[in-house]
Write a protein that binds this ligand. Structure first.
Ligand code: DP6
Length: 352
């Protein structure tokens, strides 16, 4: 597939329509950090799609009105978000040629707390891309489900890179990798369920809300700082290489190796931030305290509780539903919750 395969159809017939879609968030195990022009990732990434953290979006399209976008988040008008979406729609016109021929009223709600620091851009752009594909099918005819999902992922990527992975359930890969057949820089693909050991198919992701509020450095700025990071090329290479053990681990169910690889990826992401110019640190005191407590707990109990981080201070606590989860949950409630700002934890699960 090339970018050309996603160009819009010449013949379309627009009408005023209202569409609604929902899209979950995702958490990366091998991280996307660094990109080239047109949202091409510097390395492949793989993520779990969450079950509960979602964005629900309704788009009202008023055909043949002057192009404009109005957005509401949980009922409150968000002018900055509308500006972002206007720019995004102009940017994807070649793929949806009717897109600027009307007015939009976009209402969106997240099922997770707004100030939690949980990335809403992945679920948000995922839901918008799905809505736009629904409109496209009404105006220019329906493609096969597979093609339409792929185009939704392609369009979501142009809004926010990690969003393209949220279109699929289970484990999802974005970015070309020799290890994953059909993988592409242009859209995400589902990692085959048949290649995943059952222990990885029923997992918890409890997000400890260490620091609620706006991050000091946005992901977009962070990606940009990889352009001048002297360690960037080595990092991109390492991420590509990490797909080799990851593939074996997912097949064999080797939990120890999985934990080591996933934690290494999270710490590497933050090490890259510290080695940027200017340097920045998104982890807080609580992030480090939790990490150390997790390591102590694993040393003492050998139970499979581990962490990953996204571009922020919150800690994603990962653990399987393998019979050990009750002990782990008790430990989290008794020992880790105290490091959050307001006893904040979002409990999600990945089961497929
Ligand atoms: C650390 O997808 O939010 O979560 O493409 O600029 O919108 P943009 O960035 P974004 O970056 C996510 C970075 C990450 C790692 C990951 O999800 O793979």
């Amino acid at each position: 597939m090339t970018t050309r395969d996603f160009l819009g159809k010449e013949n379309y017939n627009i009408s005023s329509e209202t569409v609604s879609e929902s899209c979950p968030s995702n958490i990366a195990l091998i991280k996307y950090w660094g990109k080239y022009k047109d949202q091409i990732p510097a390395n492949p990434s793989i993520s779990y799609t969450l079950n509960h953290c979602k964005t629900n979006t309704t788009i009202e399209f008023l055909a043949n009105e002057v192009f404009s976008v109005q957005t509401f988040l949980s009922g409150n008008e968000e002018v900055k978000f509308a500006e972002k979406i206007e720019k995004y729609f102009k940017n994807i016109e070649q793929y949806l040629p009717w897109i600027l021929k009307g007015k939009y009223i976009i209402k969106t709600e997240n099922t997770f707390p707004h100030s939690s620091g949980i990335a809403s851009s992945a679920s948000g752009f995922g839901a918008i891309a799905k809505c736009m594909m629904k409109l496209d099918e009404t105006f220019s005819g329906k493609d096969s489900d597979e093609v339409s999902l792929q185009k939704a992922s392609f369009l979501a990527r142009l809004g926010s890179g990690s969003a393209c992975r949220s279109l699929y359930s289970g484990l999802v890969v974005w970015g070309e990798s020799d290890e994953v057949e059909g993988s592409s820089d242009l859209f995400a693909v589902k990692y085959s369920d048949d290649e995943i050991h059952s222990v990885f198919k029923d997992f918890n992701d409890w997000v400890l809300l260490i620091h609620e509020g706006v991050k000091s450095v946005s992901s977009t700025v962070g990606h940009g700082l990889m352009n001048t990071n002297p360690y960037a090329e080595r990092r991109f290479q390492e991420a590509r290489e990490n797909f080799v053990p990851m593939k074996e681990i997912l097949k064999s169910g080797d939990m120890k190796a999985f934990i080591k690889l996933v934690e290494h990826e999270a710490l590497t992401l933050h090490a890259m931030m510290m080695m940027s110019d200017p340097a920045f640190i998104l982890m807080k005191k609580g992030t480090l305290e939790v990490i150390n407590k997790i390591w102590d707990f694993r040393r003492e109990t050998e139970l499979p509780l581990f962490f990953t981080l996204d571009a922020g201070a919150n800690v994603h606590l990962l653990f399987p539903n393998d019979g050990s989860e009750e002990k782990i949950k008790t430990f989290i409630e008794n020992e880790l919750l105290q490091h959050t700002q307001k006893n904040g934890v979002v409990k999600d699960v990945m089961s497929f």
